[in-house]
Structure formats: C-alpha cells, structure tokens
Design a protein around this ligand. Structure first.
Ligand code: NAP
Length: 484
C-alpha cells in the first residue's frame, strides 16, 4: 500500500547555500523523493544560490551527482531525474553583494509561493534577511527557513531573533529542528493524544521516570574544531532533546496546530527546574580502536568541552512533580540509539510470588534504529510449572507494521520542507521557545564553567562515563542498555 501524498501548491524555493553539504545530502535529494512520491506540483522550481560561479547546466550536473549519491531507494521511473533537473535553476550570489540579489529577484515569479532556505553558516542569517528585505526579493507572503544552530546562548539567540524579526513576521520564520520531522516524534503525539489508553496514566502518579537517549557511534572527527565551541549540551540538548522532552511532557494542546502545540511546549520549558551540577555528568571519549580521542579530534589538548552529557531534569508542574526525566546524549557510544522510554511504576501489590512479580511497564518510542513503538508488558511464562512471570514486548516496528509505506516514508527534511510550502509551522520552533530553551541551558553551562568542571573520560564504544550510571543508581534506577 503506497503512502498517500497531497500535492502542494506551485512554489519557488531558493536555497542560499545550494552547493553546500546540507543541500547536497538532504535538501535536494529530499525534494527529488517528494517529486517521486507525486507531491511536487507542475510549476515547482528550486533555485540554488551561492558564490560558486556556475550556470544552470553546471548546477544540474552537480545535483545529478548528489542524487546518485544520496537519493537512496525511490519509486521513480527512468525519466524522473531529468524531470527533477528541469525544475532547477541557479544564481551566482554572494550574500554581501547587491548584484546577485538583483539577478535572483528577476528569476522569481510573482504568483507562486516563495520560500528561501538559509542553508549557510549562522553568521550569514542576519545579512541574508536584510538583503532579502532591502531588495524586496521577499514580501509579507514569503517564508524563510533557518538552519541550526540558532544562537550559541540566550544573548546570541535574542540578537538573531531580532535580526530576523526586523525583516519578517514570526509566522514567516521556519526554524528547523529536523528531529521534529521524524515520523516517530509525530507518532508520540498520535500515541498520546489519539488513544484514550495512555493519557490517564501519563503523569507522576503512574510514571516512575522517563529516559531520553540520543546515542551516536560517530566521533567529531572532521568537525572537531567547530564542535569544540559547542559541545553536547548546545549541539544536542538545547534543541533536539529539549524538543523530545517537551513533546513527552506537554499538556494536550487544544488542537494539532502550530501555536496550540508550541504554546504547550513553551510551558514545559518554562517549568524546567534549574539543574544543579550534582545532577549533571559530562564526558569526553578516549581513544579506542583505530579512532583518536576527543582532544585529538578537537585539536585542543586542554579542551573541557563535553562529547557526552547526562542530566536529571525536573519538570516543576502538577503533572510531573516527583517524576524525573533523565536525559543523555553522546558521541562514540556502543550503538546508534535514540529513544524515549516512559517507565511506569510497579504494580502497587503483587498477588504472585517470585522476583518478576512487580515489574513496571515501559513504553519505548524508538527514533533510531528501526523507528517504532514498543510496550513492555508482563505475561505468564508459557508452559507448566506454576505461575512464573516474564516480560515481553508488544512491538510495533513501523517497517513491519506498515510495510512499503515505510520504505518510501518522507525523511525529516522532506516532510519539513513540504510543511514550509504548505505554510504549516507546527513542527518548527518558535522564537520564544528557542529563547526559553537557552534561558534554561545558560545557567547550567555557566555553573560548570565557573566551577572549572572537567569532563570525565569514557571508553569509546561503551555506554558513557561511570558517573552517568551513578546518576540513576543513587535514585535506585538504571539506564536502559545502549544497544543497536
Ligand atoms: P557548507 O557545506 O559549508 O555549505 C555552505 C554553503 O553556503 C555553500 O553552498 C557555500 O557556497 C555557501 N556560501 C558560503 N558563504 C556564502 C556567501 N557569502 N554568499 C553566498 N553563499 C555562501 O555548510 P552545510 O554543511 O551545508 O551547512 C549549512 C547550514 O546547515 C549550517 O548552518 C549548518 O550548521 C546547518 N546544518 C548542516 C547539516 C549538515 O548535515 N551538513 C546538518 C544540520 C544543520 P560557496 O562557497 O560557493 O559560496
């Protein structure tokens, strides 16, 4: 059964940074896959722009190679690549020079949706916004898409928001966090608010704790110098993990709509308690196998930046008082594993004998690998020999449950770009949300900086620093195993 797709209206999408890594690996292949899925209307155009001196044919050749490398499996016919290349155009443009903007403006059509994707480093975001506005390349109906990182701290995020808002209304600004485009993340909302079963249990009375894990096997090799200025807190927690936490903890919005959902997420961020240093564990991976250590990759022998962080986070409101959220993320861990695990309390009384008697249920929302949802339940161990209990997963791996639909399901970037064209901001971060997240993160970072805190070394291909195990052990809990 093929997934249903609803074509969007005709558009001009300009990608500033159209020759960059993100455009080549994600944006352009994603748009191609949407065309294959039948979602591109007649009259869709994608215009690459960057300083590289090339003409339309040169850009088409560049994109052809990108598709060969990154488009993956598609349901496309033989002529599809040529049809996609036909949609493309290119303009040589230096963000700081006026000439390119004037030429770009002439290329754009008046009667279609206009969106501009800022696929360049964040230092150019403000200037692009000004140039778009000064040259009237955009108007009040246009949309802009802004990549991460959105600021380095509260002050820089506020400054960036001010620069964008000087030229665009909030409803025109699409701040991407690609985690929000993941199928499972949206499924978290479907599971919570589309079933009557879970919501009555979704609170401190029934949930013992929540674990959010984003584990990666990759190192920072190749981007160590950049990463060293950011670290796991800024690179992962402030955006992706905060978003997962918000969607898990938020109150039911009155409807599935941009402001209704974002209002509820914002309330969660504002309810987060400050985190004392005793509830934070930071780590740096050591050398292991044929991979160098973090400090070698960052080319900074004195680096105190964390490639791993674990924290105990408290949401101070009626729903969650007393239920901690443990979050962790790191590079060079044993497996690539991202999940949210909602661990329910043990049954209050056992009528059975034996050690399995009082296991709480666990609902696991898996982002990777094998996106899906699992509910761990207790059942009777099969066979004779009395009433022995065991745990089994009620497993809904999307690939098995949905068959073909999964193979051709849009990835996060595809879905989000189509949302931009549709004008749906539900899965994008609002400016106040980003600022509230930084306002919570900044004092934690300042506290470890003031304390001259050094990250703990951890073995590459393990599950993080020893102290992160202690973070849960001291509360009588344990992390779920990091495994593929
Ligand atoms: P990149 O590979 O360095 O590409 C940057 C692009 O910007 C190039 O096309 C470059 O082309 C263009 N550019 C640079 N200066 C310019 C100027 N003055 N005027 C016009 N164009 C200019 O960077 P990227 O990896 O694609 O990242 C782009 C953005 O996405 C960044 O904000 C990054 O943090 C974010 N991001 C990237 C990834 C990823 O997987 N790559 C993932 C998440 C977020 P010319 O040199 O020809 O001008």
């Amino acid at each position: 059964m093929a997934a249903t797709t609803i074509p969007v209206d005709p558009f001009d999408l300009v990608i500033i940074g159209g020759t960059g890594d993100l455009a080549r690996r994600k944006i352009l292949p994603g748009l191609f896959r949407r065309m294959c899925a039948g979602q591109m209307p007649e009259g869709a155009r994608v215009i690459g722009a960057s300083r590289s001196d090339m003409d339309r044919a040169g850009f088409q050749a560049f994109v052809r190679t990108a598709l060969e490398e990154f488009a993956g499996e598609t349901q496309c016919d033989d002529g599809a690549v040529d049809r996609f290349l036909d949609m493309l155009d290119y303009e040589t443009l230096d963000v700081f020079a006026d000439a390119g903007w004037k030429r770009l403006k002439k290329k754009l059509r008046a009667d279609v949706i206009r969106a501009v994707y800022f696929s360049v480093g964040p230092s150019l975001f403000g200037e692009i916004a000004r140039k778009l506005s000064d040259h009237k390349v955009t108007d009040e109906h246009s949309r802009i898409v802004v990549e991460k990182p959105f600021g380095h701290d509260l002050e820089t995020a506020q400054a960036l928001n001010a620069e964008l808002r000087a030229c665009f209304d909030e409803h025109q600004i699409y701040r991407i966090d690609h985690y929000l485009g993941k199928e499972t993340v949206q499924n978290l909302m479907a599971v919570r608010f589309g079933n009557a079963l879970f919501e009555p249990l979704w609170n401190a009375q029934h949930v013992d704790h929540v674990q959010i894990t984003v584990g990666e096997t990759v190192s920072v090799d190749g981007r160590g110098a950049y990463y060293d200025k950011s670290g796991a807190m800024r690179d992962m927690v402030q955006n992706h993990i905060m978003q997962l936490l918000c969607l898990t903890a938020m109150e039911p919005p009155s409807k599935y709509g941009a402001d209704a959902v974002r209002d509820e997420k914002l309330k969660v961020i504002r309810a987060l308690e400050p985190v004392p240093l005793t509830d934070v564990v930071r780590g740096q991976y050591s050398a292991g196998g044929d991979v160098d250590s973090y400090v070698a990759h960052s080319q900074n022998p004195k680096s105190t930046t964390e490639s791993y962080i674990a924290m105990k986070v408290k949401v101070a409101n009626w729903r969650w008082a007393g239920t901690p959220f443990y979050i962790r993320t790191g590079k060079r861990l044993r497996a690539r594993m991202s999940e949210i695990a909602v661990v329910f309390k043990d049954p209050p009384h056992s009528i059975f004998e034996g050690e399995f008697n009082r296991k709480g249920n666990v609902l696991i929302i898996r982002l990777q690998p094998d996106e899906g949802i699992t509910l761990r339940v207790t059942i009777k161990e099969p066979g004779p020999g009395g009433m022995r209990l065991t745990e089994v997963p009620l497993d809904m791996t999307f690939a098995e449950a949905l068959g073909d639909q999964v193979a051709f399901m849009p990835d996060a970037y595809e879905r989000l770009i189509m949302d931009v064209i549709r004008g749906d901001q539900t899965l994008f971060m609002r400016g106040d949300e980003v600022e509230a997240a930084w306002a919570w993160v900044d004092p934690i970072v300042k506290a470890w900086s003031d304390a001259r805190d050094k990250p703990e070394p951890y073995d590459a291909s393990g599950s993080g620093p020893e102290d992160s195990l202690m973070l849960l052990h001291r509360d009588g809990r344990r992390w779920r195993e990091i495994k593929a």
